[in-house]
Design a protein. Structure first.
Length: 510
C-alpha cells in the first residue's frame, strides 16, 4: 500500500487541521478505519474535541477576514496550483478512495479527476463573479448588484464521494473569498486527511493563512451538530441522507443560516418502445451497479414499456450474469463491496421487504462469502420485478437493487410513474422519438434537478449545476451559477445628481 505513505497517512492520525497545522488531541477516542475491500485495518484517526473545533473556527474566521480582501483572480491562482498538485497525486488518491470507500479504481480516479475539473472551472470563475447593472427609475442614478464573500462555509460530506464533494464546495468557496471547514464522513476520514496533506504544499508556497482550508473529523452528533448551530458559519453545505438533511435544514434555518442540501435520490430511467437498447443497456447496468449502487444518482428504477419489457428483462439477466464482483483495485472487476456490513444488512432487508410486498427477485441478491470476500461486504447486485407504489420502491436503498416497473400506454404514463416518488435528483429517458424526448424535458416532464436523454442517470459533468428537487433538498453545486450560493448579494444605488428624488415618485418636502 505505497499510496498510504505517499499521501502521508500514518498508523495513527490527528483529526483536526487548520491548514498545515494539526491539533494533537488524543483523549476523545479514535476511529478505526477498516477497508471494505479486504476487512483489514488501514489506520486510525483521533476524534477532534470541542476545543479543537473552537480553535479551528476561530482561525477560519480570521483567515476569512484576510482572504476576502485578496482579489478574486489571485484567489483563483491558488486554486490553479492546487489543481496541479492534485494531478500529481491522482493515482495515489484515486487508489485510497477505492481502498477506503470500496468503489472501483476507475471510479476512484474519476473522482480525483472531478476535483481537478472543478479546480479548472473555479479558476475561470474567479474572473467572472458578475453582478448585473439595472436601469434606475430616477434620473442621475445608477443601480447595480455585486457579490461579496460570505464567510466561513461549513461542508458536511457523505461517505460515497469522499473527496469530490468537498472540492465542489471548497474550490468555489475559495474563489468567492470564503474560508471553508470540512467535516467528512467518519467512515472515510483518511481520504480527507490525504486531501489536507496535498493542500499543504499549496498553502505553504503561497503563505496562505491558517484556517483558510480546515478539517475537523468527528461524529455527526458532535462536530456536525456544532456546525449546524454555529452562527459563525453562514452557510452549511450538507451532502447526505434526506434524514440528516431534514434535521440540518431545520437547525440552520432556526438561526437564519443558509444551507445547500444535496440529499438522497431515487432515480429512474424510462425505456420507451423507441429506445436504442444497445445504448441503453450499458447505461442501465453502469447506473445500477457502479459504485455498488451507492451513488446518489444510481439507477434504482427502470420504467419499461410493455412492448419491450420481456426483451429488456432477458438482456439484463444476461448482463448481470457476466458481472465480475471483487476487489475494486483489480480493474477487471465491475463491482466492489458495499461500505460496511450494515449496508449489506440494509440490502438484504430491502429484498425481504420487496418480496413481502409482492415483488420478485429475478437475479442476484446473495451475500458473497469465501476467498476474496473476507470483509463480508460483497453482494451480487439484484434485479427485481416490482411496482412503483411499493413502500420499499419509494425509498432510497443505498445498494445495487434495480426495480423493473412496467408501463402500458403513452410516455405520459411513464412520466407520471417516474415522478411519483418523494425524491427528485436524476432522471433519464431512452428514446429515438423526438416528441417523447421533448415531453420528458418539458414543464410536464421529469420533475428532477437532472434530466437526461439517451444518457443514464449516474455520473455528471462539473460544468452543469448539480442537485435535485423535492426531498433531494433543492441545492445546486458545482457548475453553472452555483457559485452564487457562496456569496452575499448586495444591491447598490448611487445618486450622482444634485437632488434627492424618492422611488415611486413619493414626495417628502422639508
Ligand atoms: N444529492 C447528492 O449530491 C448526494 C451525493 C452523495 C450522497 N448523497 C446521499 O448521501 C447518502 C449516503 O451517505 P451517508 O450514508 O454518508 O449519509 P449520512 O446522512 O449518514 O451522513 C452524511 C454526513 O452527515 C453527517 N451527520 C450525521 N448526523 C449529523 C448531524 N446530526 N448533524 C450534522 N451532521 C450529521 C455524517 O457524519 C456525514 O458526514 C445517500 O442518501 C445519498 O443519496 C447525496
Amino acid at each position: 500500500m505505497d499510496f498510504l505513505q505517499e499521501l502521508g497517512i500514518r498508523k495513527k492520525n490527528f483529526g483536526a487541521a487548520t491548514g498545515i497545522e494539526w491539533t494533537e488531541t488524543t483523549d476523545q477516542g479514535e476511529l478505526n478505519i477498516v477497508s471494505p475491500v479486504d476487512g483489514r485495518h488501514i489506520a486510525s484517526v483521533y476524534l477532534a474535541s470541542k476545543q479543537d473545533y473552537e480553535k479551528v473556527v476561530a482561525r477560519a474566521e480570521k483567515a476569512f477576514g484576510q482572504w476576502r480582501e485578496v482579489p478574486a483572480p489571485k484567489r483563483g491562482e491558488v486554486v490553479r496550483q492546487f489543481g496541479l498538485q492534485l494531478r500529481k497525486y491522482k493515482e495515489a488518491l484515486g487508489s485510497l478512495v477505492s481502498y477506503e470507500m470500496g468503489k472501483s479504481l476507475q471510479e476512484g480516479r474519476g473522482e480525483v479527476q472531478e476535483m481537478i475539473d472543478i479546480c479548472d472551472f473555479a479558476v475561470g470563475q474567479s474572473r467572472q463573479l458578475y453582478g448585473s447593472t439595472m436601469v434606475s427609475e430616477r434620473e442621475q442614478h445608477r443601480m447595480y448588484d455585486q457579490y461579496h464573500p460570505l464567510g466561513v462555509v461549513g461542508i458536511i460530506s457523505a461517505f460515497n464521494f469522499p473527496v469530490a464533494v468537498w472540492s465542489w464546495n471548497a474550490m468555489l468557496a475559495a474563489v468567492c473569498g470564503d474560508a471553508s471547514l470540512w467535516k467528512p464522513s467518519t467512515r472515510v476520514p483518511l481520504c480527507a486527511i490525504a486531501v489536507q496533506n496535498i493542500l499543504a504544499e499549496t498553502i505553504r508556497r503561497n503563505s496562505l493563512p491558517e484556517g483558510l482550508f480546515s478539517l475537523v473529523i468527528g461524529r455527526g452528533s458532535q462536530v456536525g451538530e456544532m456546525m449546524l448551530n454555529d452562527r459563525r458559519l453562514p452557510l452549511i453545505s450538507i451532502t447526505g441522507s434526506t434524514e440528516v438533511g431534514r434535521h440540518g435544514a431545520r437547525q440552520v434555518a432556526g438561526r437564519f443560516g443558509r444551507t445547500i442540501l444535496e440529499l438522497g435520490g431515487n432515480n429512474a430511467i424510462i425505456l420507451t418502445p423507441d429506445a436504442d437498447l444497445k445504448m441503453a443497456l450499458p447505461a442501465i447496468v453502469f447506473g445500477a451497479v457502479g459504485t455498488a449502487g451507492q451513488r446518489c444518482t444510481s439507477t434504482r428504477r427502470l420504467i419499461i414499456h410493455e412492448a419491450i419489457y420481456a426483451r429488456v428483462r432477458k438482456a439484463l439477466v444476461k448482463a448481470y450474469g457476466g458481472l465480475r464482483i471483487g476487489n475494486p483495485l483489480d480493474e477487471r472487476n465491475h463491482v466492489g463491496p458495499l461500505i460496511d456490513t450494515g449496508a449489506v444488512e440494509a440490502f438484504q432487508q430491502a429484498l425481504r421487504r420487496v418480496r413481502q410486498e409482492g415483488g420478485r427477485v429475478i437475479c442476484g441478491g446473495e451475500v458473497l462469502t469465501g476467498k476474496g470476500y473476507a470483509s463480508g461486504c460483497y453482494v451480487r447486485p439484484a434485479v427485481v420485478e416490482a411496482e412503483n407504489h411499493y413502500a420499499i420502491v419509494q425509498e432510497e436503498t443505498f445498494a445495487p437493487i434495480l426495480y423493473l416497473i412496467r408501463y402500458r400506454g403513452e410516455v405520459d404514463e411513464a412520466i407520471s410513474l417516474h415522478n411519483d416518488v418523494v425524491q427528485g435528483l436524476s432522471s433519464a429517458i431512452f428514446t429515438e422519438n423526438l416528441r417523447e424526448a421533448e415531453i420528458f424535458l418539458s414543464a410536464v416532464g421529469s420533475d428532477c434537478g437532472i434530466a437526461n436523454v439517451n444518457i443514464g442517470t449516474s455520473g455528471a459533468e462539473i460544468g452543469g449545476a448539480f442537485g435535485g428537487e423535492k426531498e433531494t433538498g433543492g441545492g445546486r453545486e458545482s457548475g453553472s451559477d452555483a457559485w452564487k450560493a457562496y456569496m452575499r448579494r448586495q444591491t447598490n444605488t448611487i445618486n450622482y445628481g444634485r437632488s434627492l428624488p424618492l422611488a415611486q415618485g413619493i414626495r417628502f418636502d422639508i
